[in-house]
Write a new protein. Structure first.
Length: 377
């Protein structure tokens, strides 16, 4: 995860279309994940909200926002990946085989204690802390510079030990990995690097439930299948899950990744054609402020992303306010999807997207306003 020297953020490209991604294919995700999530306390699909005003603005058929502001009572989608990864890691660690969540919770009290460790820009760490609390386990979460104090407090409120790291996210990941280097600790990280790929793969598998919900909800709304899906991107794990889901089907949608201009490591990597680290700057989109894409996600991103765009804090801030006025309480990371769609659907860029993209558009609003209340300051 060593950063390479790239031009300053204003000189980097902010848009890339990749028509060859249309022909890339992926195996279908496992259906076991959705069954597992259905057995968690208080599981319910998050809303898929139709917003005709955005369809009119963007000159498309229908626009839906997948609102992740209250998943399991938290303010982001991350618990889908964290819960499945923790379940798999614990059952493997203790040699238990496949169990339901209820059975695992019953068995865990009689087993040697395990400490869960993670680094986070906010939402993943809180999800790990929540799962640790539900299972009666200790959790230690490493938090880098730039994460809002309220997000830190939310992690601590779940019962986790919060370790502040006075440097960027990649450094927090390294410190978490070092802390977990003992038999009684399990590193639950949502980014991969050579030698650490199994747990991040389980995290990605966990996100499959979100896309299965979207398919069912679009059908229930009488809408056509998604023609364009906008995915906010940090290290790229959610985008990997989107590619795995939609590229396992014929005639899948255009997949658009959205990043901050100051932390567009996926876009930089796609432009160079190789996995690349960058130097990041500050952004209100704290959960997307990642210098290095996941090595596990990279083959999916380079294979299956149709387009990639980087957006400014000003654009994300405006999108946050606009979604709030339309009834969706999005944080800056979640609102990045709308900012990215607006940047992608300019007259000169529309022609670079796949045919049929303007029928049904899905924006993934990955966090609620409470996840990172930077705009409230």
């Amino acid at each position: 995860m060593t950063a390479q020297t790239l031009p300053p953020a204003p000189e980097r490209t902010t848009w890339l279309a990749r028509p060859a991604a249309r022909s890339w294919t992926s195996p279908a995700p496992s259906p076991d994940v959705a069954d597992f999530h259905a057995g968690l306390p208080d599981y319910a699909p998050t809303p898929l909200v139709e917003i005709p005003a955005l369809a009119e603005e963007l000159k498309v058929g229908r626009v839906f926002v997948k609102d992740e502001s209250a998943r399991f009572g938290l303010s982001a989608f991350k618990i889908l990946g964290a819960s499945w990864a923790i379940h798999r890691a614990l059952t493997d660690h203790h040699g238990l085989g496949r169990l339901s969540f209820a059975d695992l919770r019953e068995r865990i009290a009689d087993l040697p204690p395990v400490r869960l460790v993670a680094a986070t820009d906010g939402n993943h760490g809180r999800a790990v802390a929540r799962m640790a609390s539900l299972l009666g386990l200790a959790a230690e979460v490493f938090v880098p510079d730039g994460v809002h104090p309220a997000a830190r407090a939310a992690i601590k409120a779940e019962g986790a030990t919060v370790v502040d790291v006075a440097s960027p996210y990649d450094d927090a990941v390294r410190e978490a990995a070092a802390s977990a280097d003992e038999p009684a600790a399990l590193l639950i990280q949502d980014t991969a690097w050579p030698g650490y790929e199994e747990v991040p793969e389980w995290v990605v598998e966990g996100y499959a439930t979100l896309f299965a919900e979207v398919d069912a909800q679009l059908s229930a709304a009488g809408a056509g299948p998604a023609g364009l899906v906008a995915v906010p991107v940090g290290v790229g794990s959610l985008a990997q899950a989107a590619v795995a889901h939609y590229r396992s089907k014929p005639d899948g949608p255009t997949l658009l990744s959205v990043e901050p201009e100051t932390a567009a490591s996926v876009l930089a990597s796609l432009a160079l054609g190789r996995l690349t680290s960058i130097e990041t700057g500050s952004t209100i989109m704290a959960g997307l402020n990642c210098a290095t894409p996941s090595s596990l996600a990279w083959p999916y991103l380079v294979g299956g992303l149709d387009a990639s765009v980087a957006v400014t804090d000003a654009a994300a801030s405006q999108a946050t306010r606009d979604l709030a006025s339309l009834g969706v309480p999005a944080g800056p990371c979640g609102a990045a999807a709308l900012a990215g769609i607006r940047a992608a659907l300019t007259p000169e860029r529309r022609s670079e997207l796949a045919r049929g993209h303007a029928g049904t558009i899905v924006l993934l609003s990955t966090e609620g306003a409470a996840a990172n209340p930077a705009l409230a300051d």
